[in-house]
Write a protein that binds this ligand. Structure first.
Ligand code: NAD
Length: 459
């Protein structure tokens, strides 16, 4: 077996892996970046965050066109050319992954195509060749969870199949009302499928603020999406005319579907690289444990991103990637926050960070809430937005912001102000006394803070 040596090797070129590789190169390291895909960017760029946002934008165009009549603007019958839409999505992905390729060349990062596996404490096998290394970073991500006992049928999709946009099924059932399930419901409902979401918890987007989720649920139902919460799929029958899902709980009965998306979470890929051979343990959930500096139990081996557990979000992986590159290169660094924002790019968008009201209550943390309804936002109404809410959870004594939830058009963009406020220990006064441009959606954050302080004049 041919032998090579790497100073710094990164396994996996997703948003964690490539960010880590590029940061290490910028710090003067000689970097090798390995991934089985032909392009950089991992799941996020190739078959996750980015293609889904392209399809969500298409869904938004369709909805805008459908509601145009309310503004006196009419279009003819809307038709969707799936080939053009797919090509547009794939073109965006190609542009971004191509850009990453150029960035890696500019940094002289050596990219290797292959699945890396540890074959010794300091040795990897990649595409039949041995690579010894000084330091390695495991950034191999996660894979969709498959429900056990389901038949093998091409009409049963995971998120990758759903984003491939092969067809628009007449009846689409989505099992799992988490972020993927809700985003795919948004896309396929706009494209004309009759969508049913089946979620076994008692609310969709479990973990998010109840009041905000109720707004989301109403908006979904207005778009014709059926939602069954507290419902379990007990059996699936693949018959020729349809997939038949037996359900029990909140909804008991049969659901017939032409396609089903399983969106019940992702599992860490810790088992994929033979980590135990290098002395790195992988737990029963496929997770590799790390400290705040992204160090595993083995000196010189780091892990970042989804493979290190929840929350499995690209922006957490990227930050961990920078930390791992810096620590490995002799700098002090840590991801010293658990403030990781979440955004569901649904219509309307749901965004949150920090504590929800329910979490503050559960943990007996002294708190109060203040909210501002978007029905009173000039910017929201004049740009065609529907129901929405900005809700702050704050400490009644210090007035510091403990959490924020926003639901409404572009809520995901607005969340950053709240996250920055929390990172900087900002108070209600800091937010309320900061002049927000009028009319903007960002005013809703200031208005919620003013409401808490009793200075609001917009309600
Ligand atoms: P998730 O954990 O967000 O949601 C899975 C949902 O499925 C949960 O609500 C869960 O209660 C439900 N569920 C589990 N088993 C079920 C069953 N047998 N029947 C019915 N419901 C069931 O997972 P996901 O939506 O698959 O997303 C996977 C990961 O990818 C998550 O970590 C998510 O945050 C991430 N992701 C993020 C974004 C984003 O940031 N916009 C987009 C897509 C995915």
């Amino acid at each position: 077996m041919a032998e090579h040596h790497a100073d710094f090797i990164v396994l996996g070129a997703g948003p964690g892996g490539y960010a880590c590789a590029f940061r290490a190169a910028d710090l003067g390291r000689k970097v090798v970046l390995v991934d089985p895909r032909a392009t950089l960017g991992g799941v996020c760029l190739n078959e996750g965050c980015i293609p889904s946002k392209a399809l969500l934008h298409a869904a938004e165009i369709i909805r805008e066109a459908r509601h145009g009549g309310e503004w006196g603007i009419s279009t003819g019958k809307i038709s969707v050319d799936l080939d053009t839409l797919r090509a547009r999505k794939d073109g965006i992905v190609a542009q971004l992954t191509g850009g990453l390729g150029a960035l890696s060349k500019r940094r002289k990062v050596k990219t290797l195509r292959g699945a890396a596996k540890f074959i010794g404490p300091k040795t990897l096998e990649i595409d039949g060749e041995a690579w010894t290394f000084d330091q390695a970073v495991i950034a191999v991500g996660s894979s969709p969870v498959r429900l056990p006992g389901w038949p093998d049928d091409p009409r049963i999709w995971d998120s990758t199949d759903a984003l491939a946009l092969r067809e628009i099924p007449k009846r689409l059932a989505i099992v799992g009302g988490g972020i993927i399930g809700l985003e795919m419901a948004t896309v396929y409902a706009a494209l004309g499928a009759q969508v049913t979401v089946i979620e076994f918890m008692d609310q969709i987007a479990p973990g998010a603020d109840r009041e905000a989720v109720a707004i989301l649920r109403r908006a979904f139902e207005r778009e014709g999406i059926t939602i069954h919460t507290g419902t379990r799929v007990t059996a699936v029958n693949a018959t020729k005319p349809a997939l038949i899902l037996d359900c029990s709980g909140g909804f008991t009965g049969e659901i017939k579907a032409d396609a089903v998306i399983q969106a019940v979470g992702r599992r860490a890929n810790g088992e994929a690289v033979n980590a135990p051979v290098a002395g790195v343990s992988v737990d029963e959930r496929g997770i590799i444990a790390v400290n705040a500096s992204c160090e595993t139990e083995v000196k010189g081996i780091f892990a970042i991103g989804d493979v290190t557990g929840n929350p499995m979000l690209a922006h957490r992986a990227t930050h961990q990637g920078h930390v791992a590159a810096e620590v490995a290169s002799g700098h002090a660094a840590a991801l010293d926050t658990d403030l990781i924002p979440s955004v569901a790019y649904t219509s309307p968008e749901l965004a949150w960070a920090g504590l929800t009201q329910a979490q503050a209550k559960e943990r007996s943390i002294p708190h109060k809430t203040a909210s501002f309804p978007w029905a009173a936002s000039g910017r929201n109404l004049s740009s065609g937005g529907g129901d929405g809410l900005t809700k702050l959870v704050y400490c009644p004594e210090s007035h510091r912001i403990l959490g924020a939830t926003l639901i409404g058009r572009n809520a995901g963009e607005l969340l950053a102000e709240c996250v920055l406020a929390m990172e900087m220990g900002a108070t209600l006064e800091d937010i309320a006394l900061t002049v927000h441009a009028h009319p903007t959606l960002s005013e809703t954050v200031a208005f919620a803070a003013e409401r808490a302080l009793g200075t609001l004049t917009d309600l």
